[in-house]
Design a binder for this molecule. Sequence first.
Ligand SMILES: C[S@@+](CC[C@H](N)C(=O)[O-])C[C@H]1O[C@@H](n2cnc3c(N)ncnc32)[C@H](O)[C@@H]1O
Length: 335
Amino acid sequence: MAIQNNIAGKLISIGFGHIISKCAIIAAEHQLDEILSDQPISISEMAKILNFTVEGTAKFIRVLDALELVTLKGDLITASELTPHLDYFLGIHIADGYAAIEQLETTLKGKTSSWQAHYGKTFYEYLDSNPEKSQTFTAWCEKTATAWLTAVLPLYDFNPYNTIVDIAGGNGELLSMILTKNPHVRGILFEQPVVIEQAKKQWAGSEISKRLSYYPGDFFTKAPTEGDLYIISRALLNWNDAASIRIINQCYNHMPKDSKLLIIDFFVPEKNHASYFGFALSDINLHGTMLGSNRSQQEWMNLLQNTQFGSNFVYSNNEESGSTLPICLLEATKL
Ligand SMILES: C[S@@+](CC[C@H](N)C(=O)[O-])C[C@H]1O[C@@H](n2cnc3c(N)ncnc32)[C@H](O)[C@@H]1O
């Protein structure tokens, strides 16, 4: 069938979508955010800095300009609103995920994760064997936690609790925000040993250090026993339903009676939501790289019903706040 002109442009953009990611990752790896932080730079100056040809640089910058990742006027490149955030694309699941997603069909056929098929190990085994990558991923989680999870604080009252355990809490960014806002609360950061070591360095001597303790471990086999609120933030999205149920049940088995579990995670919004497409892409990337998921409200409820908490979970989300980042909260009490 002949391609009509009005759809040709769409087909071209979709067909070359992989180049969008590649150019963004190259721009991040070459730190264009730093290069452009002070002053505009000409294409030929940029070519020298990047050690690219002038011809290649012109094409590369034209794509970045079309994506609004930089601004090109005549021969001069300046930073755009997005340029300071280029390091977002250095997230290991994005930068190293670029090669892994080549194996997406393996995952779609239900065989294994694309990550496993490409790198021969799971995402977290890959991080474990690469301390530098692990640090980069923790830094990415920290940065996005500061930017995105700040919005969660007004959605939940952390004040009634004495000891808050953050399961898979990354470097402790969310916990630190909660402790800073609630000066009587003690925090326990539960994480993989390698991440705990990074967190200890980060919070040593800080204002919250006296109220923060560390608990290294694997959430498939243990959890602290002394909390009255347990949080699992942005961790279940990395796992399929069966693994997520195991993690939640492990918490359940260690939690004191009457303590609460609060899951903070993303949800796939309705089709008319501004972030629907981004979350559909993120969902399939999670599926490919880690067999994980962004879940709809219904998918969350189906999963949680199969945990030891049963149908005890109460769902809420940040839709009323008008945020374009769809975050939901799921709370249950251990009876
Ligand atoms: C996407 S990050 C979320 C970090 C943090 N909760 C946040 O919201 O910013 C997922 C975290 O799960 C941790 N994790 C992965 N496997 C784990 C395991 N087996 N036991 C404990 N933590 C684990 C990782 O180290 C990582 O910090």
